[in-house]
Design a binder for this molecule. Structure first.
Ligand code: RET
Length: 239
């Protein structure tokens, strides 16, 4: 009956964080999906997207947990498939909350395009052209800074200020997630590149552990910010 279960060693932080990450993503998805119908239409889609982000991650974490325990290597492929689906959805989230202020689809597509460039170049550096990890990491970083610019200072910022209230508050929080929370990933990338900071692994902080922490913080945190904004906006309306 338990033939397929492999033991997780006490010092296997990667296996442990894959396991806990999987459960956390599942719990968060249930929470977002079940609370969706408490909100009016304007916010329901945003909450749905929050749930989709954690749900897609939960499924990938299920596979990554398995892959790690069976193969004993970083599940780089599943990791990037997960990101390439969920990070564009996080960009959609920006668009959805700014729609009240008149955000155009072009803003959404710009952010999505930048996020895909960031991830594809990152994948090249991490999995394909390992010897040129610095070069691909730099390209990826430029796309990342473009996103940061657009939401902190560019057109997205202007729309958020126009909207004010719960939307502006939520936008600001999401901006902090992208600036600080997303910055966890380049650290993971550096810890996973031989000759850079792979010594961190001695502290139990290897690339996968760092990525897993980043995912939990960002995917669940992002969703909770949107949820909080919906609660605030709705109670302001009902007054
Ligand atoms: C839920 C998953 C998220 C929010 C993933 C975000 C990933 C990044 C912001 C990755 C960024 C990278 C760089 C900025 C440079 C090095 C390569 C990456 C792909 C790790």
């Amino acid at each position: 009956m338990f033939a397929d279960v492999t033991k997780i060693a006490n010092d296997d932080y990667v296996g442990f964080t894959f396991f806990v990450g999987c459960m956390a993503m599942m719990a968060a998805s249930a929470f977002f999906f079940l609370s969706m119908n408490n909100f009016d239409r304007k916010w329901r889609t945003s909450i749905l997207v929050s749930g989709l982000i954690t749900f897609i991650a939960a499924v990938h974490y299920w596979y990554m947990r398995d892959y790690w325990s069976g193969v004993g290597e970083s599940p780089t492929f599943f990791r990037y498939v997960d990101w390439v689906l969920t990070v564009p959805l996080m960009c959609v989230e920006f668009y959805l909350i700014l729609k009240v202020a008149g955000a155009k689809k072009s803003l959404m597509w710009k952010l999505i395009a930048a996020s895909v460039i960031m991830l594809v170049t990152g994948y090249f550096g991490e999995a394909v052209y390992r010897d040129n990890a610095a070069f691909w990491g730099l390209l990826s970083g430029l796309a990342y800074f473009y996103i940061v610019y657009e939401i902190w200072l560019g057109s997205a910022k202007k729309l958020a200020v126009q909207a004010g209230g719960a939307t502006l508050e939520a936008h600001k929080m999401l901006c902090w997630f992208v600036l600080v929370g997303w910055a966890i990933y380049p650290l993971g990338y550096m810890a996973g590149t031989p000759g850079w900071y792979d010594g961190l692994a001695g502290l139990g902080l290897n690339m996968d552990v760092i990525y897993n922490i980043g995912d939990a913080v960002n995917k669940i945190g992002f969703g909770l910010v949107v949820y909080g904004a919906a609660v605030a906006a709705q109670s302001a309306e009902n007054k």
